[in-house]
Design a protein around this ligand. Structure first.
Ligand code: CP
Length: 304
């Protein structure tokens, strides 16, 4: 993999000051967009290829609109419309796409596919979600937290639910942005041991348990995600995760002004009740909007 390329593969692979720079740029772009209706065209003449092996609403639309707002163009691809779906390798696909476009975003199941793409691409590669992590989402989440509550450093964030790919990105964020993260997950849906080991080495304040109320006590923010992520079998997940539902009772364990976050799509009445999801404490629409601004920051960092 070329070390000179600015890949955005996972936040724990980047220095904290680089991530802070991207967030500062994202906030500036958001304000410029609101004031002027245009943030200039710094990516004029550049093309983003987006390759989706899994469905997407937010990632797809926010990257497309973000790239266009920055003056660039987008090509949206799926394996079944490409030779990739008929056996052409990821490595060869990376080599070919790199001759046409300036940056590639991939949403895929396997982190190994993302790594292979980045190893053989000669343009920057962005992680648009793998089964292991969701770094673009967490950039939008940190941006949203700080807009609402100020610096996230030393805040307390509680995760209640499946220890999935988004939970992994929250673990990485705790180590990089200096907040306390308390995860409450069923015993058989614990977060990535690799991410937890990274957090331990980093000296991050990350704890894991099975009691959502203990995790939420005095928290500034409660986060959850869908009970059945893309590619997972439902199995007995609903029964296992029912005690981790974010409801008014769980929110009442947190600070009175705590916020509720969810990367979406949500399943109302499952991982979160309608009363919390639609409450003034819920910041889920800001989170979704901030995907646009945070990813514009990522694109600018990758390409300039
Ligand atoms: N949160 C998120 O990544 O949404 P999409 O799956 O719709 O892109």
């Amino acid at each position: 993999m070329s070390t000179s390329l600015k890949h955005f593969l996972d936040i724990h692979l980047l220095p904290a000051d680089t991530l802070r720079g991207i967030l500062t740029s994202a906030a500036r772009l958001k304000t410029a967009q609101a004031k002027l209706g245009s943030s200039g065209q710094p990516l004029a003449g550049k093309t983003l290829a987006m390759l989706f092996e899994k469905p997407s609403t937010r990632t797809r639309v926010s990257f497309q609109v973000g790239m266009q707002q920055l003056g660039g163009q987008v090509v949206v691809l799926s394996p079944d419309s490409m030779q990739l779906g008929r056996g052409e390798t990821i490595a060869d696909t990376a080599r070919v796409l790199s001759r046409y476009v300036d940056v590639i975003m991939l949403r895929t199941s396997g982190a190994d596919k993302l790594e292979e793409l980045a190893r053989h691409a000669t343009v920057p590669v962005i992680n648009g979600l793998t089964d292991e992590s969701h770094p673009c989402q967490i950039m939008a989440d940190i941006m949203t937290y700080e807009e609402r509550k100020g610096p996230i450093k030393d805040a307390v964030v509680a995760w209640s639910g499946d220890g999935n790919n988004v939970a992994t990105s929250w673990i990485h964020a705790a180590g990089l942005f200096g907040f306390e993260l308390r995860l409450a997950c069923p015993a058989s849906l614990q977060p990535s041991s690799k991410a937890l080991a990274w957090a331990r080495d980093k000296g991050a304040r990350v704890s894991v348990g099975t009691d959502p109320v203990a995790a939420a006590r005095g928290a500034d923010c409660i986060v959850t995600d869908t009970w059945v992520s893309m590619g997972d079998a439902a199995g007995s997940r609903h029964e296992m995760l029912a005690p981790f539902q974010v409801n008014e009772s769980l929110m009442s364990a947190a600070k009175r002004d705590a916020i509720f976050m969810h990367c979406l799509p949500a399943h109302r009445g499952e991982e979160v009740t309608e009363s919390v999801f639609d409450s003034p404490q819920s910041v889920v629409w800001d989170e979704a909007e901030n995907r646009l601004h945070a990813q514009k920051g990522v694109l600018l960092w990758c390409l300039t």
